[in-house]
Design a binder for this molecule. Structure first.
Ligand SMILES: [Zn+2]
Ligand SMILES: [Zn+2]
Length: 499
């Protein structure tokens, strides 16, 4: 069963605008959810328009059966799990009422009978909280799950979330927890981070993450140490030449004696995205445009944070340096711009990366590519150190929460400038825009099923059940379909959403 429900701040904003209107009427929405490791992630939100509501009052709401049938059918047919949401706009907190529990039991009888293999859930949205319970079809059981909001700091007010914490060595972290605070240090300790690319930048950054108190690291890089890396891979020695970079780095981390586990993956991340499944934050310190796009897409799809860190040194000729700069971008999918939104990738570079050695040689021979374009990029330990520190600070603010993290930081060495930039999503972005991958999780688009639609009357009978207490419409007789079980699935919901 999922251990949390993940929704983006952008989706939550949409939800609040619809569900928490000034007239304080209860309203409904559907979440189309997918699975991502141990999480449920929200791919889409469908707000039920007022004209599609059958009941809408300050104390009760219900969509018209035809609309409901349509939405649930679409959701299940396309391989999503439905999340039925309604609001308590009169309340800061969120807790299912007795009426809600009665209605949830009726829905469950109906929905589970109709789609016996589909998991589904229910949420109630208050002004500051969200309470969710998820029905596991195979076990026929409800589980309460806390909600996590990606980019929560952008909401006013933020949603009260139950974040994970881990035990810390307060003695060892005495100085840093005076900045991070003890709860912040505990949250940071519970954050699993993947570092993709363990070159000079990745080496320096990973060591800072470990010293900050991250206890679970996944290091991904297929490369081995070369002699020309030794002036940037801090701590590496001539004896490490020829060894896997991730192994050398992991060894150095173990030697610190800090309390941490390190998983090493000596493969291209394109072949190893499974290693990212349990990660909360993915840090990319890679040269390739294509690899950064893969990481960005993964994080948008699974609603994980992506921190993209990179350096560029530009030279006009052998004598003149025109730029020494570094950029750190924090992608909070669905809240801030993703890597693709900003179109930062040099298209010619991206094209070159896709060519084989033979194709490259041919293009050089034909003069399409200058030979100098294929030479290694300039790199220097000082710039790596600066950008590693900037990226680690963005991470620390994100994970510990002592200050809101910036969307983007740009460093320019020649002008000695450090700028914070605000980013905005592009709604037509192919990765995180309306037609993009946001929240698609592990869903296989090919898995669309033809299940047929339930008849109106079934839904009507199932959810009305003859009870007029939550229904302003015509009372409906409490008859049910022959053979339909009427089970009280949900009798008690824990109050674990409280912060
Ligand atoms: Zn309610
Ligand atoms: Zn985007």
């Amino acid at each position: 069963m999922p251990d949390r429900l993940v929704v983006s701040a952008g989706q939550m904003q949409t939800l609040r605008e619809h569900l928490l209107q000034e007239d304080a009427q209860e309203r409904c929405a559907y979440g189309f959810c997918t699975r991502s490791g141990d999480r449920w992630v929200v791919a889409d939100i469908v707000a039920v328009p007022d004209e599609a509501m059958r009941t809408q009052r300050r104390t009760a709401c219900r969509p018209a059966p035809a609309f409901e049938r349509d939405q649930l059918g679409t959701c299940v047919r396309h391989g999503y799990r439905p999340l039925l949401m309604h609001s308590h706009p009169f309340s800061d907190t969120a807790g299912f009422s007795g009426q809600d529990i009665t209605a949830i039991n009726r829905y469950t009888n109906w929905l589970h009978g109709l789609y016996p293999e589909t998991d589904f859930g229910f949420s109630v949205v208050g002004r500051r909280e969200v309470e969710t319970t998820v029905f596991e079809a195979a076990a026929e059981q409800f589980h309460p799950v806390p909600v996590d909001v990606v980019g929560n700091w952008r909401l006013d007010p933020p949603v009260a979330t139950a974040t994970d914490t881990a035990a810390i060595d307060a003695d060892l972290h005495d100085r840093s927890l005076r900045l991070l605070t003890e709860p912040g240090q505990q949250r940071l300790a519970a954050t699993t981070v993947a570092v993709v690319g363990t070159g000079g930048l990745g080496f320096s950054l990973t060591k800072q993450l470990a010293r900050l108190g991250v206890q679970h690291l996944v290091l991904i890089d297929p490369d081995t140490v070369e002699r020309s890396n030794l002036n940037r891979l801090t701590g590496a020695t001539v004896w490490d030449v020829g060894r896997q970079k991730v192994t050398v780095l992991a060894q150095q981390l173990h030697d610190t004696g800090l309390d941490l586990t390190v998983e090493t993956v000596p493969d291209p991340v394109e072949d190893a995205t499974d290693a990212l499944t349990d990660c909360d934050v993915v840090v990319g310190t890679v040269d390739q445009v294509s690899t950064r796009s893969v990481l960005n897409q993964y994080c948008v799809r699974h609603l994980r944070y992506y921190i993209d860190a990179g350096t560029v040194i530009r030279t006009a000729d052998e004598e003149q340096v025109t730029a020494i700069e570094g950029i750190v971008q924090l992608v909070a999918p669905g809240a801030s711009a993703c890597y693709a939104c900003l179109d930062r990738a040099d298209p010619e570079r991206a094209r070159r990366e896709q060519l084989s050695t033979a194709q490259l040689d041919a293009e050089v021979a034909e003069g399409y590519i200058e030979e100098s374009a294929l030479a290694p990029d300039p790199a220097v330990v000082t710039l790596n150190g600066t950008i590693a520190s900037q990226a680690a600070a963005v991470f620390a603010r994100l994970a510990a929460g002592y200050a809101s993290p910036p969307d983007m930081v740009r460093y320019e060495e020649l002008d000695t400038q450090l700028q914070e930039l605000v980013t905005h999503r592009d709604s037509s972005c192919p990765t995180c825009g309306e037609e993009g991958l946001l929240g698609q999780g592990d869903r296989d688009p090919a898995a669309d099923r033809d299940l047929g639609d339930p008849a109106d009357s079934d839904l009507d009978l199932a959810i009305s059940g003859g009870d007029t207490a939550t229904d302003g419409g015509t009372p409906v007789a409490g008859t049910r379909r022959p053979g339909q079980r009427l089970v009280q699935w949900l009798t008690r919901i824990s109050q674990q959403v409280r912060p």
